[in-house]
Design a binder for this molecule. Structure first.
Ligand SMILES: Nc1ncnc2c1ncn2[C@@H]1O[C@H](COP(=O)(O)OP(=O)(O)OP(=O)(O)O)[C@@H](O)[C@H]1O
Length: 697
């Protein structure tokens, strides 16, 4: 078949499928707005179906794979789309949902005539692939058809032309779904079994965030009923990042998933008993002036996030547990007595896995029942005596300690064992803040952990937990989250090479993985970077090399672009003029929809934004409490740019004073934000992290 006739045939099919989709959309009818519960539930289903069909109407499908099952005599074309569509009468499948088992063939097939198979609920299905085709449909019209594999033709392996086309596009202010170009190594992670905690170490731009979001959509489809969107949670580093990723799930037809930061979530779990101390800004402390590695290593945040600290919390909780049995008898009247031994017996028959405060409440009720039964047995009637007995019970109950999480935490911080781990000054400062109900971010994991151990849940709230930028999490944070899940079902992703929060995060994935049973975990590495051109990745790898041995360079996709520019200025004034000139040039070129000027500190960024404003250039200055990222031209401190991406990036102060020997990770993060264009400017001496200066000015 010629390329032209293939295009015509596909264009005709797109039209036909769209007719079916539109017919089905029309058949959905008007919305139900009454009060009948059953009708309301049906309406919810109708609404979801409508959303799926609307997604399909925009782009019915993006891929085709012709697969011949071993038992069949001819290949069958399967069209893969974001939402499955069936013929309204015959139920024949017109579009296969990308999450269906058979669709895995489209992603996993890497060429060759050998038999392939996919896992269906009824077992493995074997067969051969005859065609793999990418189709691009925009606004209901077929625009492009690319065959990446045709059986019998000379090229044996699939080509990446379609992927390269997608990667070459410029980006706006939101992360997008990648269903049409998911790569084999990503697909494997997305389709991992639900009862696993999946850990992903991936280089910058390898699609970790994107993969995690697609995995949620997959789990909801594959385990419909068992896993529910409202019992899932995504943790991201800040509100701006959450805004940036907020478009992906709706586009995949998934709604209602809680997307939050650990700090916000923790304060809610603690029912706002405490709040973050606004006067302490960790970013300002750690990034606005040089700090030594030594200081980072011994930071209070590292101690409070450690397992050694958790062990002390556990000891304190065990001690509290033991205090459930009072040391004295409860003897409200002569001849009436409950001994500690009896209480011990009662507690032993109770649900011993229940949290302390529940067991405590149960014990007090039991004492009350005992009092009532004694009262009845003795046939007493004196109302005054009854109220005296009540008072005695209350007085006795007070001897069984009762705590809020922050009270217990405060008590723990006063103990000598804690003082051995944590500098006395730091413990004293935390105790003082707690009195005002203020805490630092690193106090939240211990507090939530204590809260859950003291009060528990009716049932742990989550079916699945996603942790993005998990290299910045402490083992104690993971321990707190473990208590909140029904079974080990997590997606934990990050990049140790981008671990710029050394004062809080981990050094090795083992620190987190070892907290779960080995059989419940999976570990994956993603080495290919999809975001940036080869030139940018090669340059970023150079910076990475400055970190010393043991680093894993990112492997670029074969997408070539412009060379990375490095230019020096003689004076700071000249550097600022060069920033203005570069931004103007980039704007005039019309090539870039999103651009960023990255500075080492917030202060440096303020100066740049001021200068741009003075030249009449609009730029959004991003600060640490930012809620949203709006695209266009942005000025942002390098440490806040993590997770984001821009068509063009200008690193405004790549001098040796701004990026010293310890800042390789930060500079690596900054360089890898760029998709198509990267430029570095410096004044004075170029940072030693960039080994080969390239003069272009
Ligand atoms: N298979 C793919 N097809 C097309 N684009 C992809 C693919 N995988 C990743 N991308 C693109 O690469 C970019 C980086 O993805 P993402 O932000 O998820 O990576 P990351 O590993 O989380 O990056 P970082 O660690 O730098 O935050 C995004 O623009 C994403 O759309």
């Amino acid at each position: 078949m010629t390329v032209q006739s293939a295009f015509q045939e596909e264009a005709q099919r797109v039209d036909e499928v769209l007719l079916h989709i539109r017919k089905q959309l029309r058949a959905i009818g008007p919305r139900y707005t009454g009060n009948d519960f059953t009708e309301q539930m049906l309406e919810l289903q109708r609404e979801q179906r409508q959303q799926r069909l609307e997604v399909a109407e925009r782009e019915p499908y993006f891929g085709r794979i012709d697969f011949q099952e071993k038992v069949q005599s001819a290949p069958k074309p399967l069209y893969i789309g974001k939402a499955g569509v069936a013929h309204e009468k015959s139920n024949e499948v017109l579009v296969v949902d990308w999450r269906a088992p058979v669709a895995s063939l489209f992603y996993a097939f890497s060429g060759g005539e050998a038999p392939v198979s996919y896992e269906s609920p009824d077992g493995d299905v074997e067969g051969t692939v005859h065609l793999k085709r990418n189709l691009m449909v925009r606004e209901g019209k077929l625009e492009r058809v690319v065959d990446s594999y045709v059986r019998g033709q000379e090229e044996e392996t699939v080509t990446d032309e379609f992927l390269l086309y997608r990667l070459g596009e410029s980006k706006d202010n939101k992360l997008r779904d990648i269903v049409s170009t998911i790569q084999q190594e990503q697909d494997r992670i997305i389709r991992t079994d639900k009862n696993k905690a999946v850990f992903i170490q991936g280089v910058a731009g390898s699609g970790k965030t994107t993969v995690a979001l697609h995995r949620l959509a997959y789990l909801l489809y594959r385990y419909a009923g068992a896993i529910r969107a409202e019992r899932m949670v995504i943790f991201a580093p800040n509100r701006m990042f959450l805004d940036y990723i907020s478009g992906v799930l709706p586009e995949l037809g998934v709604g209602d998933i809680l997307q939050t930061t650990f700090a916000e979530w923790a304060q809610e779990q603690l029912q706002h008993e405490v709040r973050l101390d606004e006067a302490y800004d960790p970013f300002a402390y750690w990034f606005e002036q040089p700090r030594s590695r030594e200081e980072m290593e011994h930071a209070p945040s590292r101690v409070k996030g450690s397992l050694a600290f958790k062990a002390l919390v556990d000891e304190k909780l065990a001690e509290t547990e033991a205090s459930l049995i009072p040391e004295e008898d409860f003897a409200p009247m002569p001849g009436w007595k409950v001994t500690p031994a009896m209480i011990k017996e009662w507690l032993a028959t109770d649900e011993s896995s229940e949290p302390y405060m529940k067991r405590r409440a149960r014990l007090v009720s039991r004492l009350k029942r005992w009092l009532e039964s004694e009262w009845k047995t003795r046939r007493l009637t004196d109302g005054k005596l009854k109220s005296q007995l009540g008072t005695k019970l209350n007085a006795y109950a007070k001897k069984i300690p009762s705590f809020t999480a922050s009270q217990l935490y405060g008590a723990l911080l006063r103990e000598p064992a804690v003082q051995e781990l944590l500098p006395a000054k730091s413990a004293a400062a935390t105790i003082k803040s707690l009195k005002q109900k203020l805490v630092h971010p690193e106090d939240l994991a211990p507090l939530v952990y204590i809260q859950v151990r003291l009060y528990g849940f009716e049932q742990p709230p989550y079916d699945h937990i996603v942790i993005d930028e998990a290299q910045d999490y402490s083992p104690f944070q993971l321990e707190a989250l473990k208590l909140c899940q029904r079974q080990p079902s997590m997606t934990v992703l990050g990049d140790l090479q981008q671990g710029i929060h050394g004062y809080a995060g981990i050094h090795s994935w083992k620190e987190l993985i070892s907290l779960l049973p080995e059989t419940d975990t999976g570990y994956y590495e993603l080495d290919r970077s999809y975001r940036s051109t080869m030139e940018i990745i090669d340059f970023a790898n150079l910076v990475l090399g400055a970190m010393g041995d043991g680093v894993k360079p990112a492997v670029p996709v074969f997408r070539s672009g412009e060379a990375v520019d490095v230019a020096g200025a003689a004076t700071d004034e000249e550097r600022l003029s060069m920033i203005v000139r570069t931004v103007k040039e980039w704007r005039q070129s019309g090539h870039y929809r999103t651009m960023a000027v990255l500075g080492r500190t917030a202060r440096a960024c303020e100066a740049i934004a001021e200068r741009l404003a003075a030249e009449g250039i609009d730029a959004a200055l991003i600060q640490s409490k930012q809620d949203a990222y709006g695209g266009g031209l942005t000025v942002v401190p390098a440490y806040l740019s993590k997770g984001l991406e821009f068509d063009a990036v200008l690193i405004a102060d790549a001098d040796s004073a701004s990026f010293g020997g310890n800042d390789a990770k930060l500079l690596y993060v900054a360089c890898t934000r760029a998709l198509h264009k990267l430029k570095l400017l410096y004044c004075g001496e170029l940072t030693s992290l960039v080994a080969v200066p390239v003069e272009t000015a």
